[in-house]
Ligand binder design. Structure first.
Ligand code: PMV
Length: 312
């Protein structure tokens, strides 16, 4: 039996703009997806994902590419098995602490952990970079488009600035901070939100300026993180939230949770991920989690993860 786990993430700066080649900063957090792989004595792939209410969904090894007709949410797992060219039947069990579709990187965490576990199962040693590359290719296959941010951060851990235009990334030092996410319980579709932004951008030239501004803000945010200037980090998170509002990806509940967190003393609060529901994230201060809960969100305390994907 082989078991691997990988962390979820928060976007500190730059979601949506990263789709257009601007940099983004994301940090791995201490919520993990854990994937267990066991050999079977037939040539089918059987997946169980108790957190998704799925006891068992099977496909023959030869038919993984099309995915499971009743369980599209397992596409990431079946496509990962196809990506890794596994030639034996396997049982794959997925357990995840990362809420699904919440902007906390659950699909990347599951995909990175699955690729890592399958590499070990088939006796291959992949670098973190190679795990991230293969996981991103699975995400692109399943979603149609995906920036390298989530899979990179989940594989490497820590906070990273990702430059898709240069195909490069650097780690960014995180000051001694804690975060709290506020889950709206509402679920947006990343593909739809990315498409809405594209339509808005095609209609108004100003949106291109906003996207460039987000890129510059991300660079400033990364510098503020490196300097340990938490106040500047918070201010820039607040500005980033305003720009995400301008792109139309906020919701009344997300906005309420962001403002409740700031009023309770958080130096910075913003949407994390694609928006349209999902989560906001705030720099933590005492009382912020309570304020989020009182305003109708589920508060999730988060600490940075520095390990990335690992064998369990
Ligand atoms: O909501 P999430 O965690 O899937 O993040 C989406 C972030 C976008 O920038 C909107 C898309 C992407 O692929 O980076």
């Amino acid at each position: 039996m082989i078991r691997s786990s990988a962390p979820g993430k928060i976007f500190l700066f730059g979601e949506h703009a990263v789709v257009y080649g601007e940099p983004a900063v994301a940090a791995a957090v201490d919520l993990r997806a854990t994937v267990t792989v066991e050999e079977r004595d037939d040539d089918s792939v059987r997946v169980s994902a108790p957190d998704l209410g799925i006891n068992s969904a099977s496909l023959p090894l030869q038919k993984l590419g099309r995915g499971h007709p009743d369980h599209p949410e397992l596409d990431y797992v079946f496509r990962s098995v196809a990506e890794m060219d596994v030639s034996l039947g396997v049982d794959v069990t997925v357990e995840s602490e990362v809420p699904v579709g919440s902007g906390l990187g659950s699909s990347a965490a599951v995909t990175v952990a699955t690729i890592h576990a399958l590499a070990r199962f088939t006796g291959r040693e992949l670098s973190r970079g190679e795990v991230a590359r293969r996981a991103r290719s699975v995400e692109v296959d399943v979603q149609g488009a995906a920036s390298p941010t989530d899979t990179h951060v989940s594989a490497h851990g820590g906070a990273n600035i990702v430059h898709p235009d240069r195909n490069s990334h650097e780690s960014v030092a995180l000051p001694d901070v804690e975060f709290v996410a506020g889950d709206t319980g509402q679920r947006g579709s990343t593909a739809e939100l990315v498409e809405n932004v594209r339509v808005l951008k095609d209609r108004h030239d100003t949106i291109t300026d906003i996207i460039h501004a987000m890129g510059r803000l991300t660079e400033e945010g990364a510098d503020a993180l490196e300097r340990g200037d938490t106040d500047a980090v918070g201010e820039l998170m607040n500005v980033n939230h305003g720009l995400l509002e301008a792109l139309g990806v906020s919701t009344p509940l997300l906005a309420r949770l962001v403002h409740a967190a700031r009023e309770a003393g958080s130096p910075g609060a913003k949407i994390t991920g694609s928006g349209g529901g999902g989560c906001m994230v705030a720099l933590d201060a005492s009382g912020v989690a309570d304020a989020i809960a009182e305003s109708g969100g589920r508060a999730i305390p988060l600490e940075p993860d520095t390990e990335g994907v690992r064998a369990e």
